[in-house]
Each structure stands twice: as structure tokens, then as C-alpha cells.
Design a protein around this ligand. Structure first.
Ligand code: PGA
Length: 236
């Protein structure tokens, strides 16, 4: 059983630690299922080792956008993916639906795979509105877009990110199964769907039992060399 391992290193580590992780990855024989998302300055360190991408991307193609990084810039470094709509970006950068749509459109036009993040808040989970919330997150961005079969979806309950909490296996299986049916029925696509939120060496074997999960978007543990190695070995 192979699961995809996507490592979102957020703003956790510096050059030396990134290089340590790169060296660890080189010791793994089959690296086809690994994609790393470091901070922008470290993107190229993963070149020729594993596939890599950015944690976010500009909604504009080129121009006077101080501090932003464009699709063509990440592409020129060899990136093949970009995360879009991570809950931290949605919140910290006040991302609008229009922004997310622009980012996904630019990525698809440039043959870069968007890893589109969706997920409910704790309040929405407790009110039992998870599916309603995530269907709305998907349709508000996907309606009217093309080539959606090149999008990867990451289901990340906001309340599970960085908290050590996760939904039960049954809940993850059912939610991801519903996401797959929704995008198949509505857009005719078979998207890959990842689970993200507190994936760690402690729960990876349990999570691996969920058939509907194609892989993981891993935050904290992807910046800790030994934890990442352990997870990868369980997912090969
Ligand atoms: P976490 O983060 O694994 O630290 O919970 C996941 C993510 O934000 O992608």
C-alpha cells in the first residue's frame, strides 16, 4: 500500500535543518510518492531529490507585487505543485474566493498542480455541518474552472491542524469518500484527496487503514527529520 507524503514545512526550519532533511531523503530508495513544500528560499534544495512545490503562490502573473512569488518563478526553479487556500493563508492573508480562483487558474495554465486545501472549523464540525462547508468551499472555487482533474484536494479540518487531534478513521473515510463522489458527480473528475491535520508517527499506521485516503499533507512532522523518515517508511 502506497500513500502520498506531502510535507508542508511552513515557517518552521532554517537552511541547515532543510539540508539535513534533504540528505535523509536521499537515503530513501523509492521517493516517487514524496512532495516537499519548504519556504521559498529553500525550494531548490529539493531539486533532483524529490518533487517539490511552494506553500502558496501569487494571484498575479507578473509585476509590481512586492513580497509575492509568481507561478512562473516557482516553475523556473523546477516546482511541480503549489498549495492553495491553506487555512493559515486563508486566515492570515484574508484570502477571498476570487483570489483562490485566480491562483488555481494560473497554476493550471502553467501546468503546476494546485494542492487545494479545504476543511471545517471546530464550530462547524460540532454543528455537524462539515459536508455542507466543504462542498461550498469546493464549488465556490471550482465552478466555471477547467482541467480540474489536475487538482489535488487536501482535506484538513482546521481544528486538527497542529493540535494533535484528528477526526476518527470512520469520519475521515466518510468525508473523503463524499468529497470524491462530489467532485466526480459535479465536475466529472477523479481527484486525488489527501488528509491533513496532526499526522505524525503516532497515528500514521492507524490512518493508513483508511482506503479513501490517497496520502497526507503533513505539517509539523515534515520538519522533524526522524518523524518524516518514519512516516515515509510506513507509506512506501
Ligand atoms: P500539522 O499541519 O500536520 O502540523 O497539523 C498540517 C497542515 O497544516 O498542512
Amino acid at each position: 500500500m502506497t500513500k502520498l507524503v506531502f510535507g508542508n514545512q511552513k515557517m518552521y526550519i532554517n537552511k541547515e535543518e532543510v539540508l539535513g532533511i534533504v540528505e535523509m531523503l536521499k537515503t530513501i530508495e523509492n521517493r516517487d510518492n514524496i512532495v516537499m513544500f519548504p519556504s521559498y528560499p529553500f525550494l531548490e534544495y529539493y531539486k533532483d531529490v524529490v518533487r517539490f512545490g511552494s506553500q502558496d503562490v501569487s494571484a498575479y502573473l507578473k509585476g509590481a507585487y512586492t513580497g509575492e512569488v509568481s507561478v512562473s518563478q516557482i516553475k523556473s526553479l523546477g516546482a511541480s505543485c503549489s498549495i492553495v487556500g491553506h487555512s493559515e493563508c486563508r486566515k492570515n492573508h484574508n484570502e477571498t474566493i476570487e483570489t483562490l480562483r485566480n491562483k488555481i487558474t494560473l497554476l493550471l495554465e502553467n501546468d503546476i498542480t494546485p494542492v487545494f486545501c479545504i476543511g471545517e472549523s471546530l464550530e462547524e464540525y460540532e454543528k455537524n455541518t462539515t459536508l455542507e462547508v466543504i462542498y461550498n468551499q469546493i464549488s465556490s472555487v471550482f465552478d466555471g474552472l477547467n482541467n480540474l482533474d489536475n487538482v489535488i484536494i487536501a482535506y484538513e479540518p482546521v481544528w486538527a491542524i497542529g493540535t494533535g487531534k484528528t477526526p476518527t478513521n470512520e469520519e475521515i473515510d466518510s468525508t473523503i469518500g463524499n468529497i470524491k463522489n462530489y467532485v466526480k458527480d459535479k465536475y466529472g473528475v477523479n481527484d486525488i484527496v489527501l488528509y491533513g491535520g496532526s499526522v505524525s508517527p503516532k497515528n500514521i499506521e492507524e490512518l493508513n487503514k483508511i482506503d479513501n485516503v490517497d496520502g497526507y499533507l503533513i505539517g509539523g512532522s515534515s520538519s522533524i527529520k526522524d518523524e518524516l523518515k518514519y512516516i515515509i517508511e510506513k507509506c512506501i
